[in-house]
Design a binder for this molecule. Structure first.
Ligand code: CP
Ligand code: NVA
Length: 310
């Protein structure tokens, strides 16, 4: 097991499977009201350069469930905001904490932090990946379909951070992914090549109906990610025709589900009818952030999975 979780590829296929099995057990324990304080007296620092609802609350509630503690750290309130170097922050916090989660604009910031941190570092979203999201998504897909292996997943919209982690995950799970994006917003070639080199099956196309044909899962995300706000007008133009609506969902397999990492912009990347409709599993996805991250935290902070007696 790697020290850090910066990319979904920091777990191999076996580790993904074990982490999700642990997450499912932790979910059952929580539902039954059974204590599972596996990280008693451990502390997680959470550095957020950008906004968050799900990531912040699921990590904080997860640490509380596990008997530990989470600290919300706004860089503007830290010496980081006054120019202290990342490498100095990383070494100081390593002396107090048992793990750090960072949401940053630049992936390189998280990589630099991890280089100097002697405790596990978790990527809570960067410009290139959102591995915690995709770990929870694989769990949600497994709950729904039994196994992700052999499933077809269609990504419709921006080839962004969530899309990248999903593409990379296809190398670990056996899912085949088709991405429909306007040519200027396709996922980065190096991400696709990396996924293919690791055994992933990826198809890139332009028209959403081509991607969703025979799909078991349709996945979309906002057209204007955090940090892309200045491009809003041109993105709105470029993504016209990429809305996941009922007509598009009808073109997928009959039992297809619709996923969205949230937050959603109804009427842009997804219609209200689809988000609230029978195919949508977005609230299960959001819930599973909690369970998947708890399982991840236990592995990273203890070096082991959830013990059998739990
Ligand atoms: N999906 C997700 O990461 O949501 P937040 O931005 O609310 O954390
Ligand atoms: N792609 C989105 C995901 C938000 C959870 C963003 O980066 O803003």
């Amino acid at each position: 097991m790697n020290k850090d979780f910066l990319s979904i590829l920091d777990l191999d296929g076996v580790e993904i499977e074990r982490t999700i099995s642990d997450a499912l057990r932790l979910k059952g324990m929580k539902a039954r009201g059974e204590a599972h304080e596996l990280l008693r007296a451990k502390s997680l620092g959470m550095i957020f350069e950008k906004a968050s609802t799900r990531t912040r609350v699921s990590f904080e509630a997860g640490m509380a469930d596990l008997g530990g503690h989470a600290l919300f750290l706004n860089p503007q309130d830290m010496q980081l905001g006054r120019g202290e170097e990342i490498r100095d922050t990383a070494r100081a916090l390593s002396r107090y904490l048992d793990g750090v989660m960072i949401r940053a604009y630049r992936h390189a910031t998280i990589e630099e932090y991890a280089r100097y941190s002697s405790i596990p570092v978790i990527n809570g979203l960067s410009d290139t990946e959102h591995p915690c999201q995709v770990l929870a998504d694989i769990m949600t897909i497994r709950e729904r379909f039994g196994s992700p292996d052999g499933l077809r997943i269609a990504w419709v919209g921006d080839g962004n951070n969530v899309c990248n982690s999903l593409i990379l995950s296809s190398a670990l799970t056996g899912m085949e992914i088709s991405v429909a994006s306007p040519p200027a917003y396709r996922p980065k070639e190096r991400v696709v090549e990396r996924a293919k080199a690791a055994g992933g099956r990826i198809r890139i196309c332009t028209a959403p109906p081509d991607a969703v044909r025979d799909a078991d899962v349709i996945y979309t995300d906002i057209w204007v990610s955090m940090g892309d706000e200045a491009e809003r007008a041109e993105r709105m133009r470029a993504f016209t025709g990429y809305t996941v609506d009922e007509g598009l969902v009808e073109r997928a397999s009959s039992g297809a589900v619709v996923m969205h990492c949230l937050p959603a912009h109804r009427g842009e990347e997804i219609t209200d009818a689809v988000l609230e409709g029978p195919h949508s599993i977005v609230w299960d996805q959001a819930e599973n952030r909690l369970h998947a991250q708890k399982a991840l935290l236990v592995r990273l902070m203890t070096g082991a999975g959830v013990p059998e007696e739990h």
